[in-house]
Write a protein that binds this ligand. Structure first.
Ligand SMILES: Nc1nc2c(ncn2[C@@H]2O[C@H](COP(=O)(O)OP(=O)(O)O)[C@@H](O)[C@H]2O)c(=O)[nH]1
Ligand SMILES: [Mg+2]
Ligand SMILES: [Zn+2]
Length: 313
């Protein structure tokens, strides 16, 4: 046997049928997990996921093994189809979710933004908003991207208007990605891939194609997202292929707590189990009437609540 170097910690950036691609320092190694690490264990379908930090044992030939997986801080997961309630972690240790939206082509959809933010809240992952395609807004019109950014900033989410075409906001976005593991989420067509290409031209991500083919294939074959490296440090995932992340098994009573301004709303409701939808003396509806909670956010809340009641997740 070749002499083993001392164990080191690496980052799993990709998983294919044969190997885990593990970044250790500036190099990427193709490693296989040791022993039983890859076997289905209990409720977890894939014991190693992209984003995992792993202890590796490298050999002198540039190969080696994954010895163990370090505890995860966060995860984006989905329920593995055909596997009952088993959960499949798609990306581990995500530092931030970047919610990408646009105000034109396609128009801004607050319910999608709020749903992603709610999922991030539930997983305890920081989130920020990027409103892209500002170049499409007529100069003489009050800029709705600025209005949405200001609104979400007011809720505590850092927000940024960008254009992948003119490069507006791209430097700030690059700074926000530095030394973090970020996941880009949002409807297709808003410019996620274009923005990533603007940040890091070497990525050469495909633009203008409806993504999701991979996610659909994922029902039959396990497809994994891969981490893309950002120059100067940091990684990004372009569309992880998980709708509804953070919302699995969502209980109706949990929903309002995922909306920061509702969670922080002062006062009390008359009923301890108030659903903030029809009950009298409700502090949330009072704040709504006073304009302290936005209609769009309350509408998003009601939509998520209805879905949670139907057991839609
Ligand atoms: N005008 C304008 N078009 C953009 C911008 N960003 C992306 N696009 C276009 O929007 C379409 C969808 O972009 P893409 O990056 O594939 O969106 P994704 O589905 O979110 O990854 C493509 O035709 C892009 O060229 C932008 O900032 N301004
Ligand atoms: Mg894309
Ligand atoms: Zn209430």
């Amino acid at each position: 046997l070749p002499p083993e170097t001392p164990e080191t910690v690496g980052l799993v950036i990709r998983i294919d049928a044969k190997f885990c691609h593990v970044e250790v320092g500036d190099r990427t190694y193709l490693l296989s997990p040791r022993g039983r690490l890859f076997e289905p264990a209990g409720a977890v379908k894939n014991p190693i996921a992209v984003g995992d930090r792993v202890r590796v044992i490298l050999d002198a030939q540039g190969g080696g093994n994954i010895d163990s997986v370090l505890p995860r801080t966060t995860r984006l997961a989905r329920t593995a189809a055909g596997d009952g309630q088993r959960e499949q972690v798609m990306v581990a240790n995500v530092d931030q979710v970047i919610v990408v939206a646009s105000t034109r082509q396609p128009g801004f959809r607050a319910e999608i933004v709020d749903r992603i933010l709610a999922g991030a809240e539930r997983e305890g992952i920081a989130a920020r908003l990027v409103v892209n395609k500002v170049d499409l807004e007529p100069a003489d019109e009050r800029r709705s991207s600025a209005t949405w950014c200001e609104f979400y900033r007011g809720l505590g989410y850092p927000s940024l208007a960008t254009s992948a075409v003119t490069g507006a906001g791209v430097d700030e976005l690059r700074t926000a990605l530095h030394n973090r593991l970020s996941v880009f989420c949002g409807p297709s067509g808003v410019g996620k891939s274009s923005l990533l290409n603007a940040v890091e031209p070497e990525l050469s991500l495909r633009v203008g194609k409806v993504s999701g083919g991979g996610a659909r294939e994922g029902r039959h074959t396990t497809t994994h997202s891969s981490l893309l490296r950002v120059r100067g440090g940091g990684h990004v995932v372009d569309t992880p292929g998980i709708r509804n992340f953070g919302l699995f098994g969502l209980e109706p009573s949990e929903v309002w707590g995922l909306f920061v301004e509702m969670r922080e709303c002062p006062g009390r409701c008359a009923f301890a189990d108030c659903t903030h939808s029809h009950e009298p003396d409700c502090r949330i509806r009072k704040s709504l009437a006073e304009g302290k909670i936005a209609e769009s956010r309350y509408a998003s809340y009601r939509e998520l609540l209805a879905e949670a009641r139907e057991g839609g997740f």
